[in-house]
Design a protein around this ligand. Structure first.
Ligand code: NAP
Length: 538
C-alpha cells in the first residue's frame, strides 16, 4: 500500500494503462522518482504497436538509430541496430530488452485490460477495474494512459464481412505464427503504410494478389540496408548531439540530413527537380525536407506531388495502372508512406490493382470480394484498413471523472489541454494524446517528452502537497482553438486522413495532432515553470 501525499490509502500512486514504449518508460520514470505504479497491458508482452503489427514487411518509417529511447545513455550505446529502418521483430526485441534490462515486467500485469476507471473527488483517488488475467479493482492517485495512437484496429463495416470463408487478417492484429500465402489467391484492402509495406511481400508469395485501392497514396523508397559497424560507431560517438538536434526539428527526427531553408518556389524548376531527385535517392521522409513550405503552400506542395507522380509513371509499365496509382491530393497531408518496391509490384503478372475509388466494395461474400459488380474469388483476405486513431483505444475504456465521462467529454471530438490533460477528468494524463504533436513526430521522442513532463508534474505535486490536478476549461478551450489555428495554417486538413478521423465512418472530424514539436515542448516547459498554469491544483 502506498500513502504518499494524501490521506486516502491506495494500492499504487499511479496506474499506467499499456506497456508499449510509452507505458514502459512511464513505469521506469515513476520508479526512479519514488512512486509506486502498476501497468496493465492487454497483450502478453511489452511492445505495444510493435507487438501487434506483425504483418509481412512491417518496419518503422523513422530510422532505427533515431526511433529508440534516449533516456539512458548506456542503453543507446549497448543496443546494436542492424538496419537503417528496423523491422518489427527487431523493434519488438528492443522493447523486450528494455523490459528485461530495467526489470519492468514485475510491475506489469499482462493479458489484462483496464475496463473502467472512476475518479472519486472526496478522496482524490481512482478506482480502476481490470479484466483478464489480473482481474481486480485497484485504487490509485493518478491514472496515466499509454494506450498509443494507433492501437485500435479499424475493421471496415463492409456488408458480408464476417461471411468470408477463407482466412481473414488485419495488419494491426496479425497472428503470431508465420502466415504463408504461397499458392493462394489473396486480396488486400487498403493502401496506407501497412498495405504498402505488406503488398510487395505478399505479391512474392501469392499465386495472385488483388489490391483493392480506394485512394492511391504517395510513397517514397526507403532504400533500406544493413547498417555498417562504422556507421553505428559514428552515430554512437555523436548520439547526444544527434538527439539534441532532433529536439529542434519539427518531427523530432532527421538530424543527419540537410534541411532546406527556403520555399520551393524560390528556385528554378530544374534546381528543384534535382533537389527532389537527390532526396528520392536518399529515401524516406527526406523528400519533403528540401523546402520549408511543402506542407504550407499548395503551389510548393504541387511541385513535390508532381515529382512523385512522374516517378510513378516511370516505374509502372502499364499506363492505365500507373494512372490509377497516381494520387491527386496534397502530398504529405496523409502520412507519406515509405516502401520497398511498392510501385514496381504492379508490374508483376500476378498482381491486379482493383480501383474501387468510385464504386467502393459492394460486399464481401463467402468466396471473396465483389466490387464494381465483379466477383474476385479469394483464398485469403487482408484488411490493411488502419486504425481508429488517437481516440479509439481511450474510448474503449469507460473513464469517468466526478461529473463527466471521457466519452461524454469527447462526444464532439477530443478536447485536451496540451494533449496531456482533460477538463472534467482530474489526475488523468494522456501520453501523446490528441492535441499534442504525437503522430506527426518521432513517437519515441514525443513519448519521452510527455513522460518526463508528467514525472516532473507528479514530483511538483508531491513537493507542494497537492492531491488533485485538473485542466481548467478556459485553458483547454484556448488550447483546442490554438491546435485548430495551427492546423489550419497548414495543408494537413485538406484530405481525408486518419489525422482527421475521416477513415472511421461517423467519427467527428477534428484535426487531432498538433504540428511542430519544438514550440510545443517550449509551451509545456513554460506551463510547468509557471506553476502548471492552466491546470487547477488542489
Ligand atoms: P491507413 O493509413 O489509415 O490506411 C488504410 C487504408 O485502408 C487506406 O488506403 C484506406 O483508404 C483503406 N480503407 C479503409 N477503409 C476502407 C474501406 N471501407 N474500403 C476500402 N478501403 C478502405 O492505415 P495504415 O496503413 O495501417 O497506416 C496507419 C498509420 O500507421 C500510418 O499512417 C502510420 O502513421 C502508421 N504506420 C506506420 C508504419 C511505418 O512506420 N512504416 C507502418 C504502418 C503503419 P482511404 O485512403 O480511401 O481511406
Amino acid at each position: 500500500m502506498s500513502n504518499q501525499g494524501n490521506n486516502a490509502a491506495v494500492d499504487y500512486d499511479v496506474v499506467v494503462i499499456g506497456a508499449g514504449f510509452g507505458g514502459m518508460y512511464m513505469l521506469y520514470k515513476l520508479r526512479e522518482l519514488g512512486f509506486s505504479a502498476r501497468a496493465f497491458e492487454v497483450a502478453d508482452d511489452v511492445g505495444g504497436t510493435w507487438y501487434w503489427n506483425r504483418y509481412p514487411g512491417a518496419r518503422c518509417d523513422v530510422e532505427s538509430v533515431e526511433y529508440s529511447y534516449s533516456f539512458d545513455p548506456q542503453l543507446q550505446q549497448d543496443w546494436v541496430w542492424t538496419e537503417r529502418y528496423a523491422a518489427q521483430p527487431e523493434i519488438l526485441r528492443y522493447a523486450q530488452h528494455v523490459a528485461d534490462r530495467f526489470d519492468l515486467r514485475r510491475d506489469i500485469s499482462f493479458t489484462t485490460r483496464v475496463e473502467e476507471a472512476q475518479f472519486d473527488d472526496a478522496t482524490a483517488t481512482w478506482t480502476v477495474r481490470t479484466g483478464g488475467t489480473d482481474e481486480r479493482t485497484v485504487r490509485s492517485r493518478f491514472l496515466v494512459s499509454a494506450v498509443g495512437c494507433l492501437s485500435s484496429a479499424n475493421w471496415p463495416n463492409i456488408p458480408g464481412r464476417e461471411s468470408f470463408a477463407g482466412d481473414t487478417y488485419h495488419t494491426g492484429q496479425w497472428p503470431h505464427h508465420e502466415v504463408d500465402f504461397t499458392g493462394k489467391v489473396v486480396g488486400v484492402i487498403g493502401t496506407g503504410s501497412s498495405g504498402i509495406q505488406s503488398i510487395p511481400i505478399i505479391a512474392r508469395q501469392a499465386e495472385h494478389l488483388y489490391v483493392f485501392q480506394r485512394t492511391p497514396n504517395y510513397t517514397v523508397p526507403a532504400h533500406n540496408r544493413p547498417l555498417t559497424p562504422d556507421e553505428l560507431a559514428d552515430v554512437k560517438a555523436r548520439y547526444d548531439a544527434i538527439r539534441e538536434k532532433n529536439r529542434t526539428l519539427s518531427g523530432g527526427f532527421g538530424a543527419q540530413y540537410e534541411r532546406g531553408e527556403i520555399g520551393a518556389m524560390e528556385v528554378p524548376d530544374d534546381v528543384r527537380d534535382a533537389e527532389y531527385e537527390k532526396r528520392w535517392q536518399i529515401g524516406g521522409f527526406n523528400l519533403l525536407g528540401g523546402y520549408t513550405d511543402i506542407i504550407l503552400s499548395k503551389e510548393s506542395n504541387e511541385t513535390a506531388a508532381q515529382f512523385v507522380r512522374r516517378k510513378i509513371g516511370e516505374i509502372v509499365h502499364d499506363p492505365a495502372v500507373a494512372a490509377a496509382l497516381t494520387p491527386d491530393h496534397v502530398i504529405g497531408c496523409k502520412r507519406l508512406c515509405i516502401d520497398t518496391g511498392y510501385y514496381e509490384t504492379f508490374n508483376r503478372p500476378n498482381v491486379t490493382l482493383v480501383d474501387i475509388h468510385d464504386t467502393g466494395i459492394d460486399e464481401i461474400t463467402p468466396s471473396g470480394v465483389r466490387a464494381g459488380g465483379t466477383d474476385y474469388a479469394l483464398d485469403a483476405l487482408v484488411f490493411a484498413t488502419g486504425f481508429d486513431a488517437m481516440t479509439g483505444s481511450l474510448l474503449k475504456m469507460d473513464i469517468r471523472g466526478p461529473e463527466v465521462s471521457l466519452r461524454e467529454a469527447w462526444a464532439a471530438g477530443p478536447r485536451t489541454y496540451l494533449g496531456l490533460g482533460v477538463h472534467g477528468i482530474p489526475n488523468f494524463f494522456v501520453i501523446t494524446g490528441p492535441g499534442s504533436p504525437s503522430v506527426l513526430t518521432n513517437m519515441i521522442m514525443s513519448i519521452e517528452q510527455h513522460v518526463e513532463w508528467i514525472g516532473d508534474c507528479l514530483v511538483a505535486m508531491r513537493d507542494g502537497g497537492h492531491a488533485r490536478i485538473e485542466a481548467t476549461e478556459p485553458a483547454q478551450d484556448q488550447w483546442v482553438d490554438y491546435v485548430n489555428m495551427v492546423a489550419s495554417m497548414t495543408l494537413f486538413p485538406t484530405c481525408n486522413s486518419w489525422y482527421l478521423g475521416a477513415n472511421v465512418p461517423g467519427k467527428t472530424r477534428v484535426f487531432m495532432p498538433l504540428p511542430g514539436l519544438p514550440p510545443y515542448r517550449e509551451q509545456c516547459d513554460a506551463v510547468a515553470a509557471n506553476g502548471y498554469e492552466g491546470f487547477a491544483l488542489a
